[in-house]
Design a protein around this ligand. Structure first.
Ligand SMILES: C[S@@+](CC[C@H](N)C(=O)[O-])C[C@H]1O[C@@H](n2cnc3c(N)ncnc32)[C@H](O)[C@@H]1O
Length: 202
């Protein structure tokens, strides 16, 4: 059962407990932000910017972070927080469920945190991710484990998505899996890349 996070609850996304369990800088560094100057990171389903703001700081002034979210309240909140914090290299835009306002092959790293369980059409969504990633570009998904031992934190188990289903949707969308694991007891991560085209492929 897919359940969208209500913008009315957005304060929960910045709780001290969340910062303790999912320190954003640590997660972002773990999956490669800041390794290359001038990178473009796209945070899909960025909410009020829990990852997008630290990502913009980590990526530095030569890099750029684009946040997108289907909820206009989240877009407004994230842009407001970026303005207040004086973060100039973050822009947050409204997107549609499976359509991003981003050019083909424009993104080096795609960040999908705590969104996979809300997707209505995972394969169509990940195809759109593939379109905006440059060949060789990377994608990281982190989400709640659908396992009774992980139930004590996060959404109800029947609102979560199985890790295997996410992996299958990524592969069906033409992405190549690279790494899988657990961030902590409650969450799994999967990283993938957009394969470089074969010679001669358009
Ligand atoms: C649980 S929140 C997580 C926010 C943020 N990634 C974080 O970890 O703090 C999920 C967010 O994804 C947004 N969302 C849901 N479906 C989406 C989609 N298909 N494309 C973009 N954003 C989406 C929701 O509006 C919400 O802001």
């Amino acid at each position: 059962m897919t359940h969208k996070f209500s913008p009315e609850r957005m304060a929960r996304l910045e709780s001290p407990e969340r910062h303790r369990n999912f320190p954003p800088e640590q997660l972002l560094r773990r999956f490669g932000v800041g390794l290359r100057e001038g990178e473009v990171l796209l945070d899909v389903g960025c909410g009020p910017g829990f990852f997008a703001l630290p990502a913009a700081r980590l990526i530095g002034p030569s890099g750029r972070v684009i946040g997108i979210d289907t909820a206009p309240e989240m877009v407004e909140a994230a842009n407001g927080r970026a303005r207040e914090a004086g973060v100039a290299n973050l822009e947050v835009l409204r997107s549609e469920e499976n359509t991003f306002p981003v050019a083909d092959s424009a993104v080096d790293l795609l960040w999908i945190a705590f969104l996979a369980h809300e997707l209505l059409e995972p394969v169509a969504f990940f195809r759109e991710c593939r379109r905006v990633l440059r060949p060789g570009g990377r994608l990281a998904v982190i989400d709640w484990r659908k396992d009774p031992e992980a139930a004590e934190m996060g959404p109800a188990l029947d609102e979560r998505v199985g890790e295997e289903d996410v992996a299958e949707a990524l592969v069906s969308a033409g992405l190549a899996l690279s790494e899988r694991g657990r961030w902590n007891r409650f969450t799994f991560y999967i990283t993938a890349v957009r394969p470089a085209p074969d010679p001669g492929e358009a």
